[in-house]
Design a protein around this ligand. Sequence first.
Ligand SMILES: *Cc1c(COP(=O)(O)O)cnc(C)c1O
Length: 251
Amino acid sequence: MNAVDEQARRAELAESLAEVRARIDAACAAAGRAPDEVRLLAVTKTFPASDAALLSDLGMTDLAENRDQEAGPKADELAGLRPEAAVRWHMVGRLQRNKAKSVVRWADEVQSVDSPRLAEALAKAVHTAQERGERSGPLDVLIQASLDAPEEAGHRGGCPLPDVPQLADIIARSGEQLRLRGVMAVAPLGQDPEPAFARLAETHARVRRDHPDATELSAGMSGDLEQAVAHGSSCVRVGTALLGGRRLASP
Ligand SMILES: *Cc1c(COP(=O)(O)O)cnc(C)c1O
């Protein structure tokens, strides 16, 4: 990017970041919560590493992606552009078990664990990566819960809500490679997100009773972050409202 374009893009991102932070602050105020209770994840999917670099310059420390093939190279590129930046990468998209090895090389946290088999594959991949010196420390994981109607679940991934506590127990018992941090979900398409977020919050509370460290409730995106904050979200994942419209839907 040339210097003039970069300057313009930086100003644009600074403005949208301020707007999103103001929305989060207002939602927290309305819910009687402190603004520092809600973390902002910038979802950089389909946008270049240069945008991730500018967001990092603007103080963003948490970046998220939904496809391994796109995220790995982007994380490498950002490390080249901003070697000093303290950025944490989050995987928020549907994940096949055969991608576990690749994901643990770039992701600090995987928010989309939705089955015991995927958890097992990730634990194994972390172990191998540690042995090879490719990573240190455990992988933070969230359980992705499905808020879709049963007939639509499966398309978008996610563990059925009633099965979440059991999956939490399995992950907690799986050894030291995975650290259960909480629960994540995407609101159902074309419906009022409020009842779905309320059900999610109930399930999260239940998981937290047995696993006190699973404090994260990752819910809310560009279109519904206010409703998610009202229902206790501790982590909103925002793409469009920060970076603009995506030209290509990320599959
Ligand atoms: C793309 C994506 C987001 C961000 O969505 P926007 O509506 O662009 O803010 C959040 N969470 C997940 C899982 C996503 O795939």
